[in-house]
Design a protein around this ligand. Structure first.
Ligand SMILES: [Ca+2]
Length: 173
């Protein structure tokens, strides 16, 4: 079996956040990289809203295990924080589902140490699951990038459907 490497879309897309925080910012999804899996249906633009228009990624099985592995890179304007406010956390809101049910491994790129860090596992159902991940400022680059990696491994063919990823900067005094 072949490993697939491909970029889905490089278009600049605006993601509207729906929650109200001291510093709520629109995040631009600038890149999605598919390390393992195949693009089954949907576009990056379908991540813009929780509207059941899903980006669908199917698993591939290069070594007997079915794997989906993809990375979403976002860009926010670091100057958008209010004056006198400092970045407290980066809030990631995800709406997604997977068939069959499976844990999704979440990693984030640590710009301070220049490495991918494991953050947590989230259990996804085959109907939409929602989860929120809070990252500290090490995961926010000086020029405003946030990169999140999603990976699932299973025994059978899997289909991951991601409806929405919202990135919000949380600030405080
Ligand atoms: Ca959508």
């Amino acid at each position: 079996m072949k490993k697939l490497n491909r970029n889905l879309t490089l278009a600049l897309l605006t993601l509207a956040t729906t929650t109200a925080f001291a510093a709520e910012h629109r995040a631009n999804l600038v890149n999605a990289t598919l390390e393992m899996g195949y693009h089954a249906r949907g576009s990056m633009k379908s991540l813009e809203a929780s509207d059941n228009q899903h980006l669908m990624i199917g698993s591939v099985s290069p070594a007997g295990r079915h794997v989906i592995d993809w990375t979403a890179t976002y860009h926010l304007d670091p100057r958008a924080l209010d004056k006198g406010q400092t970045l407290q956390a980066i809030r990631i809101d995800v709406e997604a589902n997977i068939t069959p049910v499976q844990h999704l491994q979440i990693r984030a790129y640590n710009f301070e140490f220049g490495q991918w860090d494991f953050i947590e596992y989230q259990f996804l159902k085959s109907s939409d699951s929602h989860f929120t991940t809070l990252l500290d400022k090490a995961y926010f680059s000086p020029d405003g990038k946030v990169a999140i990696n999603f990976r699932a491994e299973g025994k059978r063919l899997m289909m991951l459907r991601t409806d929405r990823i919202a990135v919000t900067l949380e600030s405080g005094d």
